[in-house]
Structures are given as C-alpha cells and as structure tokens.
Design a protein around this ligand. Structure first.
Ligand code: C2E
Ligand code: CA
Ligand code: CA
Length: 456
C-alpha cells in the first residue's frame, strides 16, 4: 500500500519536472522567436513572462555587470479610468510605455506587467543613475496633459546576491509599497530591513492561529483606578502572545499585522470570550465583578456581523453588557461613520457602552463627542505626558473641562507619576490607568487582586 503511494508520488514529481521543463522551453521559444506574441497588447513592451525570461537571460549573460529593477506603479490608477474614461487611461499607458522604451538597450529590457505596473531591468554603475531614471520618468509623466492627477512611485531593487528577476520584482514592490500614495516621495530602494519585516509578518501570519489553538494567547488585565482613593473600578483586557521559549510578543508588534489579514477577528473573539468567562466565574462565586473593557479592532467594526458577534458572547455567558465596555480607537471613528454609528447606536440600545480609545492621539474626532456615540473618552498617554510643558497643561485642563461639560465619562491612560495623577485629579479627571498604579497582569492575578482589595 505504502509502496503504491510512493510510486504515485514519484509519478507526480516526474510529471511536474516535465511540466516545468516544457514551460521553460515554451517561455524561451516565445521570447526568442515570437516575442511579439508575448508583448503587452496595449503598449508593445514585454508582458510578464517575456520580461522575466529576458531579464534573467540578460543578467546571466553579463555576470560581471550590476543590474537593478525599477518598478513603477501609479497611485489609484483605477480612478484615472473612472474619471477620464478608459480611452484616456489607455492613451496614458501608451505614453508611459514610450517613456520606458527610451531606456531599452543592449543592457536593459522593459516590461508592462499589469495595468499600471511598468518595470525596467537595467545595468547600472551607481544608484544615482537609477534615481535619475525614476525622476526623469516622473517629470515626463507630470508634464502629460490629463484632467486628473497622476502620481507615479518607483520601487528599486539592486541585484546584490544573484537574485532571480521575479524576486527582484517582489522586493522592488515591497519598497514601492512603503511610499505609495506619499506625494513627496518619488522612489524607494529595497533594503534587507524590508525583507526582514516581510518575513516577520509572514511568521506572525503563519503562527497566530496555532498559537490561539495551543493556548499561547494570554489575557492580561490592567486595572483602572479611582485616583482619589486607589480603589480598583475596572480593568482593560490586553492581549499577550507567549512564545514557546517563554518570550512575550506585544500587541503593538502583531495586531497591525493580523489586522491586514483578518486574523485579528479571531484574536478579539478569543479575548472577549475569556473576559466574559472570568466575569461569569466571579458572579458564580457570589462576588461583584467590575467592568472589564475589551478592545475592538477597527477591522471588527466594519464587519457586518459585528453586532451579532458581540451579542453572541454576552449571551453565551449571560452577563450584563455594561460589564464589557467596548473600546474603539479614535481613528476608527473617522471613516465609514454612518454605518459605525448605526452599529454603535444599536448596541447602546441593548445596554453596551462605548469608549473612544486614544483620544487626542491622532485625527481628532471632536465632532463625534456631540452625537452621543461615546459614553467614555480615554485620554491618550501623549496628553498626559504633555503636562510637563506649560502649553500641555493648558490643553489637558481644557480638554478635561470640555469632556466634563459634555457629560461624558473619562479616564486618563498611561499615568506614570504622582505629579500627573495630582494634576488630573485637581482638574477633574478622577479615573486612570497607568504604571503608577498597576501594570497589566494575567487575568488570574487580577481576580486575586480584586478579591484582596475587596477585603481591605
Ligand atoms: P491601548 O488600547 O491604548 O492599550 C493601552 C496600552 O498602554 C497597553 O499597551 C498598556 O500596557 C499600555 N500602558 C498602560 N499604562 C501605561 C503606562 O503608564 N506607560 C506606558 N508606557 N504604557 C502604558 P499594550 O498592552 O502593549 O497594548 C498596545 C495596544 O494594542 C493597545 O493599545 C490596543 O490598541 C492593542 N491591543 C491590545 N490588546 C488588544 C486586543 O485584544 N485586541 C485588539 N484589537 N487590540 C488590542
Ligand atoms: Ca484600549
Ligand atoms: Ca489607548
């Protein structure tokens, strides 16, 4: 039985090699004899396969020379088609391809890989040459007359260690992504840090679901205190990832990565579940639980089933929605406002409370405060840190006054010193979270701390 499977495997491998060889052969044939059939129909430059093949050949034939890939992308090219029409879009692409054609020569080939992606594989002596090419192409594009703004960006990868062309294109793309949409940045070189970052992100992507399954994701709680008395009035759930070697990965490192691929939804669900479970345990033991707020990723609030997910967890444990205030970062309030408001309102009607997290850290959402979408404001640590300066004190004092006048609850984050605590209390902000009081701790320790402080 095992023997047959082995044979089958060999067969599959053999035919795959054959297929690859055939594929290479046909690529070569296409590129050698019939290059035109593999041209991009619109612009006359090489299509992706011929570009890869010709570039690799070029580099192979000239091992003594240095080569680089310049990859150009137009920011929001789709809108060019939408605003100016398809015909104008095509005309622009032809114009750009003519610009790239100027650089084709004995040691350079150009490709049109996808709609708005152009590439040049060229020999170079020093990096300035590559910068000049990028800037020249941009200058010509800037002078093109069209009724919408065209913003090209260039990612450049130099071939340091015999890289394959497709890898060079990927790396140039990594560099390009770093500056895409930044109007004042024309080009970016790929460097190994980017690769490291990419590998790090890939590792997180691969490891996060197994980590959830294997109980490596831990629920930490940072107590919230009444600064006047030191009494614990609540907590905030903060995720921690414990690696097998015992080291800890902090959310600032992995949350942004898993927000890109959606796994943050799984992590949030897991955290919410853990928090509700512990609150229920306390109730079962006849103790009075304090509210423990949970973080809701911005990605979560855009999900159609956001409301159902939250309700499902509270009803699973049958706990009062007031016991899990939902923290949403300030910047999430600025986009897709109407659908977010609808969701917030609908949950508020069922008894849930919303905190605007990181207030004052970025895009200020003052408008949001007047419409009753926010039950509590969490004053960001940067505000608290700024009490070291005269202007910082004026600002914080007035922010506190404004929030109070609006009748919204508030809590200060990141309180680290007695001086900060005193200033806040004297100006009317009485609740805080910060290292001056407690650092985040495993949820089991928080439960013990609650018990201890209840007895005092
Ligand atoms: P956040 O929601 O603003 O959480 C507060 C962060 O400030 C926490 O960092 C906390 O440990 C830290 N902090 C509290 N007091 C002090 C202080 O006095 N000084 C300093 N320097 N830092 C203080 P943490 O745990 O590393 O979390 C970072 C961010 O990651 C959180 O910011 C939140 O945006 C996100 N996050 C954490 N847990 C979750 C989660 O379960 N789901 C989602 N979606 N995001 C989470
Ligand atoms: Ca938070
Ligand atoms: Ca915060």
């Amino acid at each position: 039985m095992e023997h047959t499977r082995d044979n089958q495997q060999k067969k599959i491998t053999a035919s795959k090699v054959e297929r690859d060889e055939l594929y290479l052969y046909s690529l070569k044939k296409m590129a050698d004899n019939n290059i035109n059939s593999n041209e991009s129909p619109l612009t006359g430059l090489y299509g992706i396969k011929a570009f890869f093949y010709q570039s690799n050949e070029l580099m192979k034939k000239n091992p003594d020379k240095r080569f680089a890939v310049i990859r150009m992308d137009i920011y929001h090219f789709k809108t060019v088609n939408e605003f100016c029409g398809r015909q104008e879009g095509d005309k622009l692409l032809k114009y750009i391809s003519e610009l790239f054609q100027r650089y084709i020569g004995e040691y350079a080939v150009a490709g049109h890989l996808r709609a708005d992606i152009f590439t040049l594989c060229t020999k170079f002596e020093d990096e300035q040459q590559l910068i000049d090419i990028s800037k020249d192409i941009k200058k010509e594009i800037d002078s093109y007359e069209i009724s919408c703004k065209i913003i090209p960006a260039f990612g450049i990868c130099t071939n340091a260690g015999n890289l394959d062309i497709s890898l060079m294109c990927d790396y140039a793309d990594l560099a390009l992504n770093r500056i895409k949409g930044k109007v004042f940045r024309v080009y970016e070189f790929y460097d190994t840090d980017m690769r490291e970052k990419m590998l790090f992100e890939k590792k997180i992507e691969n490891d996060i679901l197994p980590a959830l399954k294997n109980d490596c994701i831990k629920t930490y709680i940072q107590p919230k205190v009444d600064m006047r008395t030191g009494r614990i009035v609540g907590g905030e759930a903060l995720v921690r990832w414990q690696r097998e070697d015992g080291s800890m990965v902090y959310p600032d490192e992995f949350i942004p990565v898993i927000e890109k691929n959606g796994y943050v939804l799984d992590v949030d669900d897991y955290m919410w579940d853990k928090v509700c479970y512990h609150i229920k345990q306390l109730e079962k033991e006849g103790k009075t639980p304090v509210p423990i707020s949970i973080n809701v990723s911005r990605m979560h609030v855009y999900q159609e089933d956001f409301i159902d997910r939250i309700k499902k967890i509270t009803s699973k444990y049958d706990i009062n929605p007031k016991l899990i205030p939902l923290e949403i970062t300030e910047s999430a309030f600025t986009s897709e406002e109407s659908s977010l408001y609808r969701k917030i309102k609908s949950l508020q009607d069922c008894g849930y409370r919303f905190s605007m997290d990181d207030f004052g850290s970025g895009y200020s959402s003052l408008g949001m405060l007047k419409d009753e979408h926010v039950d509590e404001v969490k004053i960001d640590k940067t505000f608290v840190d700024d009490i070291a300066t005269d202007k910082g004190r004026i600002l914080l004092k007035n922010v506190i006054q404004m929030i109070r006048a609006l009748g919204i609850d508030m809590i200060a984050e990141g309180v680290e010193t007695k001086e900060q605590a005193d200033f806040l209390v004297n100006n009317g902000c009485i609740y805080a979270q910060g290292y001056y009081y407690y650092r985040p701790m495993p949820i089991e320790d928080f439960v013990l701390l609650l018990e201890k402080s209840g007895k005092e």
